[in-house]
Design a protein around this ligand. Structure first.
Ligand code: AMP
Length: 399
C-alpha cells in the first residue's frame, strides 16, 4: 500500500510517499512559494536524481497536482499511475480538545478543524487547504489527519490549566495544549523499545530540539506535562521564539514602543530566541561556530538556551518523581554533541553520566550515549513524524 504524507503550510507543502510494505520512502519533496509566480517544486525520488522545477503555483490544489504529476513523471516519477496512491495522511497542528487520536477525514472532522482556526491561525487553515486540494485531485482516495496536540490530551488539568479565571477556559478553551506530540510519542515509544522495556514502566523526559523546541514528561507511556502551551510560543527558548516570559512584558512593550498586537506576536515568534540574543542567527550550527570563535553574543545565546532546557528537564524529573530515561531528538538534539554534553554534565545530581566518546560519534542511528554507570539512560533517537503519520493513516484505513 502506498501512502502520501502531506504537511501543508500557508505558502509551502512538504510531502513523502511511503511504501507501507516495508515502510520505505519512495519519494519526498517540497513546494515553496505557493501563491507566487515563481514557485519551486523540489522533488527527491528514491534512487534517482533530485529535480527542481520553477513554475507558477497559485494555490494548494495546483501544488498537489504538480506533486502528483512529478510522482508519475516518466523520468523523475516513482509510480506508474496516480491510482497507486491508496491513502493520504496530513499533519494537522491543532486538534484542540476535540482530537486525542488520529482520525479519517469526514465533513465533521473538517468542521472541527475549522473551529480551531482561532487557536492556530497560521496552521489549521493551511491544513484544510491541503485536504481540499487532495479532495479535488484524488476524490476517491481516503484521507487521515494526525494532530500535533493529540498525544498531550492525556495531561491532567493540573498540567494543562493556566491559573487565570476559569471562565476563560470554559468559554474560549484557553489552556495548554502542547505540540510536537507526534515526535514525543514516537521517540518515547522507540526509547522503550530500544531498552527492551514497556513504556508503562518508564518515566521519560523527551527533548525535541529543532527549530522549535519542546520538552515532555512522558509518564508510563502518556504525556503528563509538556513545555509548549496554548500556542508553540510557551516554554523553551527556540531558534526565533522567546519561550517563557513574564506576561506583563507584553502590555509594557506595547505601551512603551507603540506596537500593535500582530507586531508583538511577530517579535516574540520570529525575532526572538537564539536570533535575538546572538543578534545574528537562529541556526545552532552557526551559534556554536560563533561561540568557538569567541563571539560573546553567540555564547550568551547558547548559555541561555542550554540553561532553560536543563531547568525544564529537572522540573519534569520532579513532576514525575523520577526520570529513568532522557531522550534527545530533532535537528539540534540529534546532532549537537556540544549541547548534549553541556546539559548532561550539569545533571550529575540525577546520577546522569555521559559516555563522551559515544556522544561525540556522529550517527543517524538510535543510540545510548550514557555510560554504564549512569542512573538515567540517555538516548539519542532520531524523530520521524512523517512515518507516524503514514503508520496512523495505514492503521485507520485498514480498520
Ligand atoms: P529541525 O527543526 O528538527 O529540522 O532542526 C533544525 C535545526 O537543527 C537547525 O536550525 C540547526 O540549527 C540544527 N542543526 C542541524 N544540524 C546541526 C548540527 N550538526 N549541529 C547543531 N545543530 C544542528
Amino acid at each position: 500500500m502506498k501512502i502520501l504524507v502531506i504537511n501543508a503550510g500557508s505558502s509551502s507543502l512538504k510531502y513523502q510517499l511511503y511504501n507501507m510494505e516495508n515502510e520505505s520512502v519512495l519519494a519526498k519533496g517540497r513546494v515553496e512559494r505557493i501563491g507566487f509566480e515563481s514557485s519551486i517544486l523540489a522533488h527527491e525520488p528514491e534512487g534517482k536524481e533530485e529535480v527542481t522545477e520553477v513554475s507558477e503555483i497559485l494555490d494548494h490544489t495546483t501544488a498537489i497536482k504538480k506533486v502528483v504529476q512529478m510522482l508519475i513523471h516518466k523520468e523523475h516519477g516513482i509510480l506508474s499511475s496516480i491510482d497507486e496512491i491508496e491513502a493520504v495522511g496530513h499533519r494537522v497542528v491543532h486538534g484542540g480538545e476535540s482530537f486525542s487520536n488520529s482520525v479519517i477525514v469526514t465533513e465533521e472532522v473538517k468542521q472541527e478543524i475549522k473551529k480551531l482556526f482561532d487557536l492556530a491561525p497560521l496552521h489549521n487553515p493551511a491544513h484544510i487547504m491541503g485536504i481540499q486540494a487532495v479532495e479535488s485531485t484524488m476524490p476517491d482516495v481516503p484521507q487521515a489527519v494526525v494532530f500535533d496536540t493529540a498525544f498531550h490530551q492525556t495531561m491532567p488539568a493540573s498540567s494543562y490549566l493556566y491559573a487565570i479565571p476559569k471562565a476563560l477556559y470554559n468559554k474560549y478553551k484557553i489552556r495548554r495544549y502542547g505540540f510536537h506530540g507526534t515526535s514525543h510519542d514516537y521517540v518515547s515509544d522507540r526509547a522503550a523499545a530500544f531498552l527492551d522495556k514497556k513504556p508503562e514502566d518508564l518515566k521519560i523526559v523527551t527533548c525535541h530540539i529543532g527549530n522549535g523546541v519542546s520538552c515532555t514528561a512522558v509518564k508510563h507511556g502518556e504525556s503528563f506535562d509538556t513545555s509548549m502551551g496554548m500556542t508553540p510560543l510557551e516554554g523553551l527558548m527556540m531558534g526565533t521564539r522567546s519561550g517563557d516570559l513574564d506576561p506583563a512584558v507584553v502590555p509594557y512593550i506595547m505601551g512603551k514602543v507603540d506596537l500593535r498586537i500582530s507586531e508583538v506576536n511577530s517579535m516574540l515568534n520570529k525575532h526572538s530566541g537564539l536570533m535575538a540574543i546572538s543578534g545574528d542567527s537562529s541556526d545552532m550550527r552557526e551559534i556554536e561556530e560563533g561561540m568557538d570563535a569567541g563571539d560573546t553574543n553567540a555564547k550568551l545565546a547558547f548559555d541561555m538556551y542550554e540553561y532553560r532546557l536543563r531547568k525544564y528537564i529537572g522540573s519534569y524529573a520532579a513532576a514525575m518523581d523520577g526520570m529513568d530515561v532522557l531522550v534527545f531528538t530533532a535537528g539540534v538534539g540529534e546532532n549537537s554533541s556540544t549541547l548534549r554534553k553541556r546539559i548532561c554534565d550539569q545533571l550529575t545530581f540525577f546520577g546522569i553520566e555521559l559516555d563522551d566518546k559515544i556522544n561525540e560519534t556522529r550517527s543517524k542511528n538510535e543510540r545510548r550515549i550514557s555510560s554504564s554507570n549512569s542512573k538515567v539512560e540517555v538516548l539519542v533517537i532520531p524523530t520521524n513524524e512523517e512515518l507516524v503519520i503514514a503508520r496512523d493513516t495505514y492503521k485507520l484505513i485498514n480498520n
